[in-house]
Design a protein around this ligand. Structure first.
Ligand code: F6P
Length: 369
């Protein structure tokens, strides 16, 4: 018998988190008459049971179009390896017994965990400890294989496309190459989709290691035929054929130990050196995570929120809501975090882009070109 549920947002924020929170609260209150407790800052809020608050329908009024998350988030925390200070020293401790105890004391019958693969991997491990969780897939990277789409992705693509449209006009006016670095970690979805929507001349993605000479040839060939500017979209995880990802800094998030960034600068510098054509780089960074969700993400996030509450009503714990085609379904969280969804380097989308003349920097021996 469910009476009270908790809800938390974990990992990097994205557009649509508040839309899920609103949908969960409204469905839980209006359809099932359950209480909903908002948990702040991902799993940290459950470890310390701090700043917990009941969420009513009134509390979530007006948040549908708002970016970010009213509950706060963190992509640093992992309750299985949590830094605590004991006797003046920082030690790494498993805080999940604390979480299990707090859930019992608070009387939470289920927790809705909204997150990407890092947060959902933790949710899966908490479920194995007996915590009744259901998951909602979020990330601008769109790299969860068990769902066709994560919410937040299409808004990020819109933001990147809008930036490309704006940068196009300045590239054209100055006869420059404009290199635009986008996020996505080890998946090239944002780069591929925004590059296609924004009319890029070259798109570099992690799934296709690039030969910089191929990109330079494209830029030069355009120049020679009177198109004296070029737009190059580079995913932050793009790698040269003989080389590695460009790392901005060491980091310790719940899902990776490096912060990617800097490949756009590298590509821009190499293009300028090799072609003699002036080049500039723009790093879109966290702009892609912020702001109001587009209509599609508002609807997807809302449907996910309703479906997550319905999963709890059916006591389908350990499951995550997902999109298959146009239908909302559920898969086990374990299945959901098993594989990262990458762009198919030989799939229809990449081939369509290549048929349009978009350069991916494939080395000659790979495409026979
Ligand atoms: O996973 C979402 C994401 O925005 C990635 O695209 C990016 O690599 C990473 O998070 C950036 O994380 P942070 O907010 O720690 O800089």
């Amino acid at each position: 018998m469910i009476r009270k549920i908790g809800i938390s947002t974990g990992g990097g924020d994205c557009a649509g988190l508040n839309a899920v929170i609103r949908a969960v609260v409204r469905t839980a209150r209006l359809t099932y008459q359950w209480d909903v407790v908002g948990i702040e800052d991902g799993f940290d809020g459950l470890i310390y049971a701090r700043n917990l608050r009941y969420l009513t329908v009134d509390d979530v009024s007006g948040i549908l179009p708002r970016g970010g998350t009213i509950l706060g988030t963190t992509n640093r925390g992992n309750p299985f390896r949590h830094p605590v200070i004991e006797n003046g020293q920082t030690i790494i401790k498993d805080m999940t017994p604390q979480i299990v105890e707090n859930i019992r004391v608070l009387g939470l019958d289920a927790i809705v965990c909204i997150g990407g693969d890092g947060t959902l991997s933790i949710a899966r491990d908490l479920y194995a400890l007996g915590v009744p969780v259901v998951g909602v897939p979020k990330t601008i990277d769109n790299d969860l294989s068990a769902t066709d789409l994560t919410f937040g992705f299409t808004t990020a693509v819109d933001t990147a496309t809008d930036a490309l449209d704006k940068l196009h006009t300045t590239a054209e006016s100055h006869h420059r190459v404009m290199v635009v670095e986008v996020m996505g970690r080890d998946a090239g979805w944002i780069a591929l989709e925004s590059g296609m929507a924004g009319g890029a001349d070259a798109i570099l993605i992690p799934e296709i290691p690039y030969d910089i000479q191929k990109v330079c040839n494209k830029v030069k060939q355009r120049h020679l035929t009177g198109r004296r500017f070029s737009m190059v979209v580079v995913a932050e995880g793009a790698t040269p054929v003989s080389g590695d990802r460009t790392i901005q800094a060491e980091a310790s998030t719940s899902y990776q130990n490096v912060r990617l960034g800097g490949v756009g600068s590298l590509v821009s510098k190499q293009i300028e050196e090799k072609t003699g054509i002036e080049s500039r780089v723009v790093v879109l960074g966290h702009l892609q995570r912020g702001g109001s969700p587009n209509a599609y993400d508002r609807i997807l996030a809302t449907r996910y929120g309703v479906a997550a509450v319905n999963l709890i009503a059916q006591e389908k714990f350990g499951y995550m809501v997902c999109l298959h085609g146009r239908e909302i379904n559920a898969v086990t969280i374990d299945e959901a975090v098993g594989d990262l969804k990458k762009v198919d380097a030989n799939g229809e989308m990449v081939h369509a882009a290549e048929q349009l003349g978009i350069e991916f920097g494939r080395p000659n021996d790979v495409n026979g070109g």
